[in-house]
Design a protein around this ligand. Structure first.
Ligand code: GLY
Length: 355
């Protein structure tokens, strides 16, 4: 059995991310160290529930927790007000109190939505993240961003609420279809472009297939540092949106049929090409980023027009009045924020669509 790694995230509250094999089987005992005995509502989608719900509920019960569970239909298009309201009603029907806890068992959609339900129910109760996808392991389960989508755009209603713990059982990655594994790879490649040229080279050399646990730990360590310095995205945390302006636009244009990581990969490739074409980079980056994404099973182009993408991007919450902040790769391992007038977004996207 591989070793278990723990990473402390020094926010308020501070919490531990535990990464390793076989962790779901004793998640009850692990959570007992950070939670009082209480009622735990486990939220999972219809893909994850048949795989892991019973194991998680049994482990929680064996540790002395009182457990209830709620299952919703899988897919980003269900990360909406209807499902969110149903989860809140469920928590109330189950008489959860302020001393109780929500457990988000699943990928990014589940973590975002269950976390937001925990943030709103009784004006906020504790929640824990039990990520089962690579995407939630490397990115969304850490940092306390919770949200649902509105018809006007992605993640437009949400809250910052840090989880009480994150337990990442890397055995779950084995059940992931290749496309879902690739989805998480996009956020790992994003982390490489943002943080570390050596880590990016490791990803080019297949680090995700050779040692996914090490990649998850590397991404979580980087993200923990950023979140500790800027929990509510006033500055530095905006860097984590690399690839997301165009990525969210692609998701929206596709009616959320294109998964988040695939859309972010394309958004990252587009922005890298734009940045290079517009002379914003210090070295050529676009071909290397596109090759690394493709090597990890991800797309780097889109059939949507620059006009459609710019329109969709302008509904994004990253817009502030008449400006929008882009994350621009300067070189591999270093990016910077660039505020542009919204009127410049269309030519920027156009410059990046030419592969
Ligand atoms: N996924 C970007 C962030 O958590 O800030």
């Amino acid at each position: 059995m591989s070793s278990i790694q723990t990473i402390q995230v020094h926010t308020l509250p501070s919490y531990e991310v535990t990464i390793g094999s076989g962790l779901l089987a004793d998640c009850g005992q692990r959570l007992r160290r950070v939670l009082p005995l209480c009622r735990v509502a486990v939220i999972a989608d219809s893909t994850v529930a048949p795989l892991y719900l019973e194991q998680v509920c049994s482990s929680l019960q064996a540790a002395g927790f009182s457990v209830c569970s709620y299952c919703f239909p899988a897919g980003e298009r269900h990360k909406n007000m209807t499902t969110f309201a149903a989860i809140l009603e469920f928590l109330a029907q189950q008489h959860l109190t302020r001393s109780d806890c929500v457990a988000a068992l699943g990928g990014g959609v589940t973590g975002d939505m269950a976390g937001f339900a925990a943030a709103c129910y009784l004006r906020g109760i504790r929640y824990v993240q039990l990520p089962t996808t690579l995407l939630s392991a490397v990115d969304s389960s850490v940092g306390g961003k919770t949200a649902i989508d509105l018809s006007a755009g992605k993640n437009l209603a949400g809250a910052f609420l840090q989880p009480a713990a994150v337990i990442c059982d890397t055995d779950c990655l084995r059940s992931l279809p290749a496309a879902m594994f690739a989805d998480g790879a996009a956020e790992a490649v994003k982390t490489g472009v943002l943080s570390d040229a050596q880590f990016f080279s490791d990803l080019e050399d297949g680090a995700l297939t050779k040692a996914p646990e090490a990649v998850i730990a590397r991404c979580v360590r980087y993200k923990a540092g950023v979140v500790e310095r800027d929990e509510t995205e006033q500055g530095e945390r905006k860097l984590l949106n690399l690839g997301h302006t165009v990525g969210h636009a692609i998701e929206r244009c596709s009616g959320y049929a294109i998964p988040h990581g695939h859309a972010v990969a394309t958004g990252l490739a587009v922005l890298a090409r734009s940045a290079e074409a517009l002379g914003w980079t210090e070295e050529p980056v676009a071909a290397r980023i596109a090759a690394c994404l493709a090597e990890n099973g991800l797309p780097t182009g889109t059939a949507y027009s620059a006009e459609a993408l710019a329109d969709a991007a302008l509904a994004d919450k990253k817009r502030m009045g008449d400006t929008i902040t882009l994350v621009v790769p300067k070189r591999i391992g270093r990016c910077e924020l660039k505020k542009i007038p919204v009127t410049e977004l269309l030519p920027v996207i156009r410059a990046g669509l030419e592969e």
